[in-house]
Design a protein around this ligand. Structure first.
Ligand SMILES: Cc1ncc(COP(=O)(O)O)c(C=O)c1O
Length: 471
């Protein structure tokens, strides 16, 4: 494959030294707590590109942390936010905020099924907390005051606040906070890595989902309020898309035991998978849906929780008020940004472009898999994960002192790619006998030429990196 940029055949120590390094927290940076970027300073961003203060251009290959469903610096986004700013930014709580109503109506029009009502917050973790409190209050209102437990997938990710952390069941991010968080039950995810030979994905989907029934059974159905999960896998199985049978079986089990199903669509919402929401691929309606990231495409902090008509009726029929609230929820600028995101996705046919460019992106699967360190390539829409290992046979990752992730990111930046996956380096622990995800999730406006350019740079990055870390 020919590439549009220069790449070195051998990484000399001098060339390594010249690679981007982690930011040294000196000078002004000394006043910024717990910050882990590389030493490239962002100056401006346009379309799918980021520009540093030296004029170097980088493809935003992961859309930040899968947040940029729209491109950077979209003129309509700027106009929508500034128009609202001319009228009001912060809506006074004692006066009706028409932006909240307008946004809620637009959102209901694109949400599947009867998810017609939303509660607005400012970030994905807040949305998850809100969903848990909604589930608990709904169960009380329905006459089940003993239902309080939230079941979730082992080694998943639902955010960093204490309840979201509890539901994430990740030993690395929980480790200091164990005494402070709820010890809720967890259940396995769908995985193709332990699917027995001769068992179809559909059958395995049913079997994996049945693990939920077992956990509910042993916890006592009287105590379980809700089950939360992302549409695709997390942790080592990041971006593994389960078969339809998985979600249909989960829905059946939840119905059988009066457990509310919470779909965490913080990552998969707003077109990322080629449809408005990931759950639409499975024709299964959750009771509660959490939304974030792409909801405002990173233009302003915003998130939401959508509930079904039936769940809303639980509150209205029993005259139960929802005991909750955040100062910034329903902010005028966030609603304006959210409305324009929906309009732009519609006007620019971005769901269709996502599906078209997805085919192009995944056409590189074999070339990626030909690399000795790529154990798997999976995902959907414009969301691709390459699972990276040291050895495909043992499925082990590199030793921490090899700084393999940091080196990968440095070479990627040198090759004009800004990736999110490797930014996780300082905090992340390689899963036992599984790899680390490299995420590719560019803005949904990406063109075929840009996909080709991105992938050429990524393939070169793998080659250069392997020469260094496998030698
Ligand atoms: C699936 C999922 N849920 C919730 C969150 C939390 O969102 P935030 O970081 O906006 O609090 C994230 C963040 O990455 C996420 O991936």
């Amino acid at each position: 494959m020919s590439t549009a940029h220069e790449s070195t055949d051998v990484i000399t120590p001098e060339a390594l030294q010249a690679l981007p390094q982690p930011l040294e927290t000196k000078g002004d940076w000394d006043h910024v707590f717990s910050y882990h970027p590389m030493d490239r300073v962002l100056e401006r961003a346009e379309g799918i590109y980021l520009y540093d203060d030296q004029g170097q251009r980088y493809i935003d290959a992961s859309g930040g942390p899968f947040v940029m469903n729209l491109p950077h610096n979209h003129p309509r986004m700027k106009a929508a936010i500034t128009d609202q700013l001319e009228r009001f930014a912060y809506p006074h709580p004692t006066m009706a905020n028409p932006e909240r109503a307008r946004y809620g109506k637009m959102l209901a029009e694109i949400l599947p099924g009867t998810l017609n009502t939303s509660y607005l917050v400012s970030g994905g973790s807040e949305a998850v907390e809100t969903a848990f409190k909604l589930a608990r209050q709904a169960q009380i209102a329905r006459g089940f005051p003993d239902k309080f437990k939230i079941i979730s997938h082992r080694d998943s990710y639902h955010g960093m606040t204490l309840a979201a952390l509890a539901a994430s069941h990740n030993p690395v991010s929980q480790r200091h906070f164990v005494p402070m968080i709820q010890q809720w039950p967890n259940v396995r995810q769908y995985s193709d890595f332990d699917r027995p030979d001769g068992v179809s994905r559909e059958d395995w989907g049913v079997q994996c989902a049945q693990a939920l029934e077992e956990v509910i059974h042993y916890q006592g159905p009287r105590s379980v309020a809700a089950f939360i999960a992302t549409r695709h896998g997390s942790g080592p199985d990041y971006a593994t898309v389960p078969p339809v049978s998985y979600w249909k079986t989960i829905r059946d089990i939840c119905d059988r035991y009066n457990v509310l199903l919470i779909a965490d669509e913080v990552v998969t919402g707003f077109g990322r998978t080629g449809r408005w929401f990931g759950m639409e691929h499975f024709d299964v309606e959750p009771d509660i849906m959490t939304l974030g990231k792409g909801i405002s495409s990173g233009y302003i902090p915003f998130a939401a929780v959508a509930i079904t008509d039936a769940l809303k009726a639980t509150f209205t029929d029993t005259n139960t008020g929802f005991v909750h609230g955040f100062t910034m929820g329903g902010h005028g600028l966030a609603c304006a940004a959210g409305k324009e995101v929906i309009r732009i996705i519609q006007d620019e046919n971005l769901l269709e472009n996502c599906r078209t460019q997805s085919e192009r992106l995944f056409s590189y699967r074999d070339q990626l898999m030909a690399h000795p360190t790529v154990a798997d390539v999976r995902g959907w829409g414009l969301y691709m994960v390459a699972e990276v290992v040291r050895d495909k046979n043992t499925m082990e990752f590199f030793e921490p002192d090899q700084n393999a992730e940091r080196l990968f990111q440095g070479i990627a930046l040198k090759n004009g790619l800004a990736l999110y996956g490797t930014l996780y380096g300082p905090r992340r622990q390689a899963a036992f006998r599984r790899g680390i995800p490299i995420w590719i999730s560019p803005p949904l406006t990406i063109t075929t030429e840009q996909v080709d350019d991105l992938m050429a740079r990524l393939l070169d990055t793998f080659s250069e990196w392997e020469q260094k870390v496998l030698s």
